[in-house]
Design a protein around this ligand. Structure first.
Ligand SMILES: NC(=O)c1ccc[n+]([C@@H]2O[C@H](COP(=O)([O-])OP(=O)(O)OC[C@H]3O[C@@H](n4cnc5c(N)ncnc54)[C@H](O)[C@@H]3O)[C@@H](O)[C@H]2O)c1
Length: 259
């Protein structure tokens, strides 16, 4: 099984990076996409080397927009070569991208902001799955996972387009699992609690205050870490989780149950 590969969209920081590290340690080959400039690009290169040392040089990172159809078409043949006789065990969507704004103020949200956010944060999973299926890269035992948040059903400042995309992500994943379940392919979302990552700092200037309030309201009195989420991903890869499909799994210490 560990000869298999995992494909992580958004692999350089935050949740995606932690998932990549834990699965590389388990011996999976890691194919990662990230979209970084400047110092973050250099950090991603160093991180890719770190992973390669963990999984016998079976790590490759591409610094490209993973949501573009051009990227999918260009890379799918290379992925097929890398994976060979083995399979993609996991397609993990961990991209953080989108317009962090409201619908009306300070400026009306534009259609292209909505469309782009929805495409990158939800719909691109459909096109990746189609390409992987067509190329016989996924099959029985493959997991498709996305990361959702409380914002899929709660309104909050700066989360207009992303909130819509999170609701769409859950619908996309549900439908993928529903259509592909008969092949033994399962699709689920993990709802992570507030996690201090780069993405969080972009949603609000007051993110530190947000973190403090979350620690108070979380039944376990702390925020979620990327390692918490990586642990759940690892559990879901086990064959004991073969029948978990079309679901949202919470990894937040009970935060969503607390006011
Ligand atoms: N941080 C939280 O509080 C939280 C909570 C729940 C869910 N999530 C979700 O978890 C996911 C990961 O977020 P994070 O907090 O780890 O953020 P992050 O900013 O640390 O990581 C985002 C990753 O996405 C990559 N990326 C961005 N645009 C890309 C593109 N077009 N193509 C390829 N890669 C791209 C970045 O390079 C980076 O690797 C997001 O979907 C986010 O909504 C985050």
């Amino acid at each position: 099984m560990k000869n298999d590969w995992v494909l992580i969209l958004g692999s350089s920081t935050g949740h995606g990076a932690s998932i990549a590290r834990s699965l590389a340690k388990e011996g999976y080959g890691v194919i990662g996409f990230h979209f970084d400039r400047g110092p973050l690009k250099k950090e991603a290169e160093a991180f890719c080397k770190e992973l390669s040392a963990l999984n016998n040089n079976r790590t490759i990172f591409w610094n490209e927009n993973a949501a573009s159809q051009e990227t999918i078409d260009k890379r799918i043949t290379e992925i097929k070569k890398l994976v060979g006789e083995n399979r993609i065990k996991l397609l993990m969507h961990s991209i953080a991208f989108g317009s962090t704004t409201n619908f009306f103020e300070p400026a009306p949200v534009r259609q292209n902001q909505m469309d782009m956010t929805l495409h990158v944060m939800a719909n691109c999973i459909i096109y990746w799955t189609q390409a992987l299926l067509k190329n016989d890269l996924i099959g029985s035992g493959t997991r498709i996972l996305g990361l959702t948040s409380e914002g899929s059903y709660k309104a909050m400042s700066g989360y207009g387009p992303v909130g819509v995309a999170k609701a769409a992500l859950e619908a996309v994943v549900r439908q993928v699992g529903w259509e592909l379940g008969h092949l033994g392919i399962t699709a689920n979302t993990i709802q992570a609690g507030i996690t201090p990552t780069r993405a969080l700092t972009k949603i609000s200037e007051n993110w530190e205050e947000w973190v403090d309030k979350t620690k108070e309201r979380n039944p376990m009195k702390r925020v979620t870490t990327p390692e918490d989420v990586a642990g759940v991903v690892s559990l879901l890869l086990d064959e004991k989780a073969n029948f978990v499909n079309c679901s949202t799994i919470y990894c937040d210490g009970g935060e969503h149950r607390s006011l």
